[in-house]
Design a protein around this ligand. Structure first.
Ligand code: NAG
Ligand code: NAG
Ligand code: NAG
Ligand code: NAG
Length: 346
C-alpha cells in the first residue's frame, strides 16, 4: 500500500516539476513526517523514499531507487541500506541525528571525495560496518569513527592514503582496498591491531606494504606489480595463513630461500608469475598454486626433507600446470612425500 502512495506522490511531483533531482529533494522534505493514514496502522518515522518494515524496526531500506542524496535517517535506525543509487555526495550533518547507526551500506553509488563533508561519519560512535565499494572515491573519507570493524573501499579511485587515515582504528578486522590506484601505501596499516584480512588486489603496488599488522591472517595482493618478497616477510607476520600473490612480477631472484617455509601458512598462491623454481614451503602448507610460471624442474626437497621423506607434507592441492614440466618429471618418491595430494595438475 505504501509503495502505491509513494508512486502516486512521485507521479504528482513528476508532473509538476518534471525533474528527477527536484523530485527527490522535495520528497526528502517530508522527512520524519509520521504517517497516520487511515488504512495504515503502523506509525513509523521513516522518509518516504525508504521502507522501514515493522518486522525490522531498526532497519531502513533505501536501496536501488535512483536516490541522488542520502535521505533523513531517524535516530532509532541502526542499519541503513543505500546501495545501488546515484548518490554523489554526503553533506556534513546528514547522519548527525542517527547516532545509533551500526551499519551504513553505500556500495554502488557515485560518491565523490570532494562532495563528502569532513565530519559526515565522525559522530557515529557505534558504527561497525561502512561499505563504500564501487564508488568514485579518490581518498579515504576523513575522521572515520575509531570503532569500525569492517571498512570496504574496494573498486574506487583511491591513489593515495594519508598516514593518519586509519589512526586509532584498533578494532578494524577487515579492510578492503581492492581495485584502486594505489602504488605505495607507506606504513598506514601499522596501528591496526585487530586487522585480520587485508585485500589489496588489483592495485599498482610495486612491493608488499611495510608494517603490516601482527594479527593479519589473510593477505590478498593479486594483480599488482610486485617483484619481490622481503627476506623476513613471514617471520615478521606470524599469524599469516593465506597469502595470495598471483598475477604479479615475481622471479626467483625476488624470493629469498625459505621465505615461505613458515608453519602457519595454509595457502600460498604464486600463480601467474615468472618463477623458475618451486620455492621451499612448510610441511603444514595445504594449498599451493604455481600454475602459469616458468618452472623447469620438480624439486621434491621444496616440500619434504630429502633426509626423511616419511615425514610427509600436508599439501592437498598442488597446481603446476602451464609450466615447463610434465608428469614424467615428477619422481616416484613424491608419492611418499605428497601423499595427501589427490592429484598434481601439470
Ligand atoms: C535532528 O533532530 C532535530 C530535533 O529533532 C531537528 O531539528 C534537526 O533538523 C535534525 N537534523 C537532521 C540533520 O535531520
Ligand atoms: C573496540 O572494542 C572494544 C570492545 O568492544 C571497546 O571497548 C573499545 O572501545 C573499542 N575501541 C574503539 C577504538 O572503539
Ligand atoms: C623448513 O622449516 C623447518 C622447520 O623450521 C625446518 O625443519 C626445515 O629444515 C626447513 N626446510 C628447508 C628446506 O629449509
Ligand atoms: C616431522 O618434522 C616436524 C617438523 O620439523 C617434527 O616436529 C616432527 O617430529 C617430524 N616427525 C617425524 C615423524 O619425524
Amino acid at each position: 500500500m505504501r509503495t502505491a502512495v509513494l508512486l502516486l506522490l512521485m507521479g504528482i511531483v513528476d508532473l509538476s516539476i518534471g525533474q528527477r533531482y527536484s523530485q527527490f529533494q522535495w520528497l526528502s522534505h517530508l522527512r520524519g513526517r509520521r504517517r497516520h493514514a487511515g488504512w495504515q496502522a503502523a506509525d513509523v518515522d521513516c522518509p518516504l523514499e525508504c521502507d522501514c518494515p515493522s518486522t525490522y524496526p531498526t532497519a531502513m531500506y533505501c536501496h536501488s531507487r535512483h536516490l541522488q542524496h542520502v535521505p533523513y535517517v531517524p535516530s532509532h535506525i541502526k542499519y541503513v541500506y543505500l546501495q545501488r543509487n546515484q548518490i554523489t555526495g554526503i553533506q556534513d550533518g546528514v547522519f548527525d541525528n542517527a547516532t545509533s547507526l551500526i551499519w551504513v551500506v553505500l556500495f554502488h553509488n557515485q560518491l565523490n571525495s570532494d562532495k563528502i563533508g569532513k565530519n559526515v561519519f565522525s559522530k557515529l560512535k557505534n558504527l561497525d560496518r561502512l561499505l563504500l565499494d564501487h564508488n568514485e572515491l579518490t581518498r579515504v573519507p576523513p575522521n572515520l569513527p575509531k570503532g569500525i570493524t569492517d571498512l570496504r573501499l574496494g573498486h574506487n579511485k583511491i591513489s593515495k592514503i594519508l598516514s593518519n587515515s586509519f589512526e586509532g582504528m584498533a578494532n578494524l578486522t577487515t579492510l578492503h582496498l581492492q581495485a584502486n590506484d594505489l602504488e605505495d601505501v607507506g606504513g598506514v596499516f601499522k596501528g591496526l591491531k585487530s586487522l585480520t584480512a587485508l585485500d589489496m588486489r588489483k592495485n599498482k603496488l610495486r612491493k608488499i606494504p611495510d608494517n603490516l599488522p601482527g594479527r593479519l591472517q589473510q593477505l590478498y595482493l593479486e594483480f599488482n606489480n610486485i617483484e619481490s618478497v622481503p627476506t623476513d616477510f613471514l617471520k615478521t607476520y606470524r599469524k599469516l595463513q593465506f597469502v595470495r600473490l598471483a598475477h604479479n612480477k615475481l622471479t626467483d631472484k625476488g624470493i629469498p630461500s625459505s621465505v615461505f617455509n613458515i608453519s602457519t601458512l595454509v595457502e600460498l598462491d604464486l600463480s601467474f608469475n615468472k618463477l623458475e623454481r618451486i620455492p621451499v614451503v612448510s610441511r603444514n602448507l595445504e594449498n599451493l598454486y604455481l600454475q602459469a610460471n616458468k618452472i623447469k624442474e620438480f624439486s621434491l626437497g621444496s616440500f619434504c626433507s630429502t633426509a626423511d621423506i616419511t615425514n610427509f607434507s600436508n599439501l592437498k592441492m598442488l597446481r603446476l600446470d602451464a609450466n615447463q614440466i610434465s608428469a614424467k618429471d615428477i619422481p616416484a618418491e613424491a608419492a611418499y612425500c605428497l601423499r595427501q595430494v589427490a592429484f598434481i595438475d601439470v
